[in-house]
Design a protein around this ligand. Sequence first.
Ligand SMILES: *Cc1c(COP(=O)(O)O)cnc(C)c1O
Length: 484
Amino acid sequence: MTHSSSDQAHRLAELERLARRLDPDDLQRRSDGGRVMDYAGAYLDAVDDAPAYQRSDDLAAGLLDHPVAEEGVGLERALDLIERFVDREGIGTTSGRFTGYIPGGGLFHAALGDFLAAISNRYAGVFFASPGAVRIENQMVRWMADLAGMPDSSSGYLSAGGSGATLSAVVTARDAHGIEGEAIPRAVVYTTEHVHHCAEKAMRVAGLRGVQWRHVAVDDGYRMRPDALEAAIRSDREDGLVPWMLLASAGTVNTGSIDPLDALAGIAAREKLWLHVDAAYGGFFLLTDEGRDKLAGIQRADSIVMDPHKTLFLPYGTGALLVRDGQLLQQAHGGDAAYLQDTESTREEDSPAELSPELTRHFRGLRMWLPLQVFGLAPFRAALAEKLLLARYFHSQMAASNTFETGPVPDLSVVIFRLIGDDERNKRLIEAIQRDGRIFLSSTRLDGKFMLRMAAVCHRTHLADIDTTIQILHELAADILIQS
Ligand SMILES: *Cc1c(COP(=O)(O)O)cnc(C)c1O
């Protein structure tokens, strides 16, 4: 060995010694893994009594005192920072008394699936790289497509959420109908004022800022009126415009309303519109008898978005897109490169990378597959049927009180209501709810009025949580009524 190569060996040994810290041995894995499991266990044991909302004065700014540094602080200290600054403050999305926005929940076994996916780090982008992982991803997509009644030609992928899936749907519909250049300002999108704002965002991101929007009139349940849609299309054709896309909601955020999908699908077919159904929140109610009735017609959609991180109770970061004609999805998202040439040999299954904007991606399928395999569908069906009943129960209890007034009987599990009186009084109620913290509800605007919403979605929301919610709402309302 020359002098310099022994220097080199010495240096390599030194680097290796440090680098190996990244790869703990069995003893350390057991100790750190056990510590994390203890932490998670303590968190979950406290969930029943934990606040649904909590806020401090410094808003987790203490984290800024702990920048990334050359020397680590160790697991114990890191867990302490998570406990103090991350896991207490803000919305308690794991609480059964969190009924604001569209809750999720986060199944324990989904977390275990995530852990395993991260440990083996299977490459779920390309079939060649991990046939098993890609089969799981595609199996989850197929299961949802079957649930929605889409044909064998359909395809899709697991996205990070509903917004990303909606962007892919818009891009696919754009390319399928050649909406580019001069076609853009003549293309018309039909929806209602209750459409999720991610649709408008998706259009802009897809380069379609210039398309025309029609907010079609709704009925007294906030569902799109087919007659008003037909009239709008007729009038646009007379004006030389090109009706292009129909964005139907299968469960709006505001009220959980479902547009009349079957009637809309008939119009879309006649008028050659791309029918997109936003079932981010409502889609999994297809697992219930009642949901299947209300969502009839969804199988006729050209594209559907569903959010397993909402009504399948998975942790955040799991959405899904289904496209009736899988070829169109691939045409809009496929890509090729010389450095991927070795992956071409195995093509028995579609690769998510050819159907989505992502190449290297989180193996999301495992967090969905594991709970479905472990528990089967029965408890999911029960949890969703329970949420529908809880919402109806909450609605009838609130409607029967002299203190509150309610919106329509809910299509799904979102109930709209307010304290009898003006907007100001209801804003004060929301503020009181947030100060109190035992429950969390959010508000919206409907027909120009400030309204409160109760969304029963979290898998931990059961009858006792709804009763507690009703009782606390009455308590806080009484305080406000005494003051005013
Ligand atoms: C949540 C939601 C979205 C957006 O999905 P993200 O997963 O939050 O990106 C779109 N539409 C509806 C109806 C939703 O409830």
